[in-house]
Ligand binder design. Sequence first.
Ligand code: SF4
Length: 511
Amino acid sequence: MADTANIRKFESAQDYVKRFIVQEEIDKYLPGGRHFIDTAKIDSLIAGMDANPAADPAKVREIIAKSEETCETLLPEETAELMKVTDPALFEEMRAAADRIKHKVYDNRIVVFAPLYMSNLCVNGCRYCGFREGNAQQKRRVLTMDELKEELDVLAGRIGHKRLIAVYGEHPSTSTEYIAETIETCYAHQVPAPRTGAKVGIRRVNVNAAPLPVEDLKVLRSVGIGTFQVFQETYNRKLYEQMHPAWSVKGNYDWRTTCFHRCMEAGVDDVGLGVLYGLCDWRYELLATIMHARDLERWFNIGPHTLSFPRLEPASGTKVPEESPWLIDDDTFARILVIARLSVPYTGMIVTARESAASRNRVLDHGMTQLDCSSNIAIKGYSDFANEAHQEKERQQFMLGDNRSIDEMVRYLASRGTITSFCTAGYRCGRTGGCIMDALKTGREGKFCKINAVLTFREWLDDFASGETRAIGEKLIEKELAGIKEWLPKFYPTVMKQYEATCRGERDLFF
Ligand code: SF4
């Protein structure tokens, strides 16, 4: 493992960079110095789109059919053809297919989670980020374990979340040991639910942090990390270098882009990719994302567990989010999601509360599978602010656009026939990485998900929901159970046994 104890003694980011980046762990995955993000190919595909912008409807329909039938990642050339579609009727065909694929792979459920920011100290200087080193407007803090427990009291005990994305700045004070300790604390902390008194807690901790060496990733694996998420921000190397100073750890493009290869090597086989839309031409980013996914599949036969779609949002002490020439509007955002779903059909797609409520509502049928709610991204924000919608620019990385509470969100989703899932079973049953790829592509995992969604939804309705939300949620459960009975008549009594036990107050039952 990297010598993080010694890193604490170092004074400068430059020392940290030298100590932390393991060159052999980069070179191994860029054989012959060739990068899997093929810049020349992306440039040529974009030039081709600009020179010949009309999509070929027959070709587009062929690509849609391939995506739907095989659930395999498309070729960059195929994704480029989808990018040319501007005709509303043809785009609607793409959107409807994206929605069908989402239902085939994940059923009619949306998984919910909450972000939990552990720190806002960072050695990097990313020009668009409120946490960057030297931004004097930011109030800095690293959660202690006692403060973390206070956050968990709210997240698990008052809101009812089961799944977190824990977020860490890149800094010696949030070393791998710190990350591991926070994950263990999250799993160990149990609190009584407000309505039933049942013991509840966090069941899956996904992590968003800096790229790590293999040995450090093994440590996170040993404490039960869920998905390891690292956002590339931009795949365009030139722009990447402009946004991330060369003196910083993050200034090393190759260390960041090879991060998921190291994850796989370390056995952390659920990985989450994402770029920061608005920094560069969205077509470049999406084509590069496809190349990244394909390279992981080529090496390990495992693609990204999730793709995230953060858009640049206002942040403290920076004008980049307002002044970037590549900002995208809501229509383009919706297009990106549909093209991404068709391009990597099996992957989970996350749209966070950075988006406005209107934007998130609009894209619910564009292939997305996960969202956060009741989110507070200020450091120690959950325990400090009784009002969940409260935001403080100086304590958070960027500003949120959707402040809906979990109760509102669950009710809204149920009103449109979508079940909220709190399921974390796949990960705890070993259905991750390569074991889950096939199940996702054939739609088998979606069926497990339906049953587990019902059980966890029942738990949450009983433990946390308002009367209004419970009423609409129970109607949806009846419909879902009827669907399970029809689909799995022989297995249905077993499902009902678990369901009835859940109704009686047993918790954490899953298939
Ligand atoms: S984007 Fe991440 S790495 Fe860059 S300054 Fe912000 S917290 Fe640090």
